[in-house]
Design a protein around this ligand. Structure first.
Ligand SMILES: [Zn+2]
Length: 330
């Protein structure tokens, strides 16, 4: 532990010398200390390493702790000054981002470059634009946000579809886990066989006295081993259905509120939600003046597909996929 402290201390020194985090991480790795980017950032921001304690019970006040310091208070302050001064962590930067949450997440359909945002001071309106010089693909933030909210609306589930969608998802889940369920059944059969074998051996040894003690014990040892093997196999393929309904319900509830969550969330919530829904980002296509999606989270997609299908079909339970019912499987 002490050794790691000594090595980590170097990171602070390098930072003060003006080194970038990426470079520091590389050097730390060479020293045998594995830190990743976010961790490094957290370490630099944590006053604990300068011997101070900050705790919720102190109302966020920072006091001198009794533990050993890794770096001096001065070193800590210096490093955090560097952070504050770099625009990435500046407050104004964050406030600006609040107005342009789709920045970087949105890419240009023409040149695949991420969009950036800017303020048109005369109109006091934000715009997004492609980063490529000369591309000139741009769009008002207000309009793009409206489009995005509309897009999210397409993945929002109406209240009366909640139950039928849950039903379908449950079936989909079982279908997805069919192999595991079958394997579980086969293992169940092996357990029953084993029980019979144990019963027979006991009968032979205790009741009919046909078996010697050595033979009986050898058999029991074998059976015990087999039992353990089966148990561990069973663990691997168990389908956790105890809280499945609750899990699915939460997922669907989430899908009922996607656009609301995005609209009311702060920049962090928005960013996470955007990433979750559209893992490979979103394209802005100026030819259609709107956004295009390449890839959407598969769970959300199946929920959206189901709700779309239900919405189109008033009779209700006409599913997109035809799943065999579980009872027909055995
Ligand atoms: Zn472009």
């Amino acid at each position: 532990m002490m050794l790691i402290c000594q090595r980590l201390r170097k990171a602070w020194e390098w930072k003060i010398q003006g080194m970038q985090n990426e470079e520091i991480i590389k050097k730390m790795r060479a020293e045998g200390v594995n830190v990743y980017k976010q961790q490094m950032h957290k370490i630099f921001k944590n006053p604990f390493y300068a011997g101070m304690v900050c705790h919720g019970m102190l109302n966020g006040r920072v006091i001198e702790g009794k533990h050993e310091k890794m770096v001096s208070r001065e070193m800590f302050m210096k490093v955090n000054e560097i952070h504050m001064n770099s625009s990435r962590f500046g407050i104004s930067h964050k406030r600006e981002n609040e107005d342009i949450p789709l920045k970087v997440f949105l890419r240009c359909a023409d040149c695949d470059q991420p969009f950036t945002g800017y303020l048109v001071k005369k109109k006091n309106l934000y715009y997004y634009k492609c980063r490529t010089v000369g591309c000139k693909s741009n769009k008002s933030a207000k309009q793009l946000h409206e489009q995005f909210i509309k897009l999210l609306g397409g993945y929002t589930v109406a209240e009366d579809l909640l139950e039928p969608i849950m039903f379908e998802l449950e079936h989909a889940y079982f279908e997805y886990n069919k192999e595991n369920l079958e394997k579980g059944k086969a293992l169940e059969g092996r357990i029953n066989d084993l029980k019979t074998k144990i019963y027979n051996a006991e009968e032979s040894y205790f009741i009919r006295k046909e078996m010697s003690k050595e033979t009986y014990e050898r058999f029991m040892g074998m059976f015990g081993q087999e039992q353990e093997e089966i148990a561990s196999e069973k663990d691997k393929c168990s389908v956790y259905i105890s809280n499945l309904k609750e899990m699915l319900k939460r997922a669907v509830e989430f899908c009922r509120n996607i656009s609301k969550i995005w609209v009311s969330g702060d920049i962090e919530v928005k960013t996470v939600l955007q990433k979750l829904l559209f893992p490979s980002g979103l394209l802005y296509d100026r030819k259609i003046g709107g956004v295009r999606t390449d890839k959407i989270n598969s769970v959300i997609k199946s929920i959206a597909c189901l709700s779309g299908d239900f919405a189109l079909n008033e009779k209700g339970l006409k599913a997109q996929f035809s799943y065999q019912s579980l009872s027909a499987e055995s």
